[in-house]
Ligand binder design. Structure first.
Ligand SMILES: Cc1cc2nc3c(=O)[nH]c(=O)nc-3n(C[C@H](O)[C@H](O)[C@H](O)COP(=O)(O)O)c2cc1C
Length: 171
């Protein structure tokens, strides 16, 4: 079984257990690397041409506007072919209850027929929120497997949890 993790993760200020702190590495990136370490997955990072505001509060507003207008932000690089993979984990932070819109920019370009897709969200309380619903909509033809929610503030300490989920679902 071959697994690809498509992830978005934002460095900079973030909300952690009730306070705003600067993060050197995004929470989702930490978790994506734990999946790679557990099952030997490949990683693809979704990166936007226009970076989001470093300020957490400003980013919250940007993200809300994008979601409302169903925006598809331009990416630095696009993945066009996932034919060699059996499993695709779509990983990202929970932004207003779903993945950041640039994740959808990428997903809409891919052919998911015959693939198994798994939602993974890091969050500050919303859990998996609408992630599975969004994947059903944007990963046409995929079967949606069990998701994993990781509390963002616990991302660094989630290696065992993530590894167990990855080995159960992706091998
Ligand atoms: C724009 C924005 C919107 C967010 N919306 C939510 C939300 O609706 N629910 C939630 O639990 N956490 C929310 N968060 C917190 C992030 O999901 C959480 O900090 C996540 O672990 C960040 O991952 P990252 O460092 O990989 O970007 C939001 C954060 C940002 C920046």
């Amino acid at each position: 079984m071959k697994t690809l993790v498509i992830y978005y993760s934002r460095k900079g200020e973030n909300y952690v257990n009730g306070s705003i702190v600067p993060l050197e590495k995004g929470n989702t990136e930490i978790v994506a690397e734990y999946i790679r370490d557990a099952v030997g997955a490949d990683l693809f990072e979704v990166e936007t041409v226009k970076e989001y505001a470093a300020s957490y509060m400003a980013c919250i507003d940007e993200a809300k506007k994008e979601l409302k207008s169903n925006a598809r932000p331009e990416l630095k690089a696009y993945l066009d072919d996932i034919s060699e993979y059996d499993n695709i984990v779509v990983a990202g932070p929970c932004w207003w209850g779903t993945f950041p819109t640039p994740v959808f920019t990428q997903l809409e370009r891919l052919d998911f027929a015959g693939k198994k897709v798994f939602p993974l969200m890091t969050h500050e309380g919303s859990g998996l929120a609408d992630s599975a619903k969004s994947l059903k909509r944007y990963c046409k033809g995929a079967e949606i497997g069990p998701g994993l929610a990781v509390h963002g503030a616990e991302a660094k300490n989630s290696a065992a949890l993530v590894s167990k989920w990855a080995k159960e679902n992706l091998t």
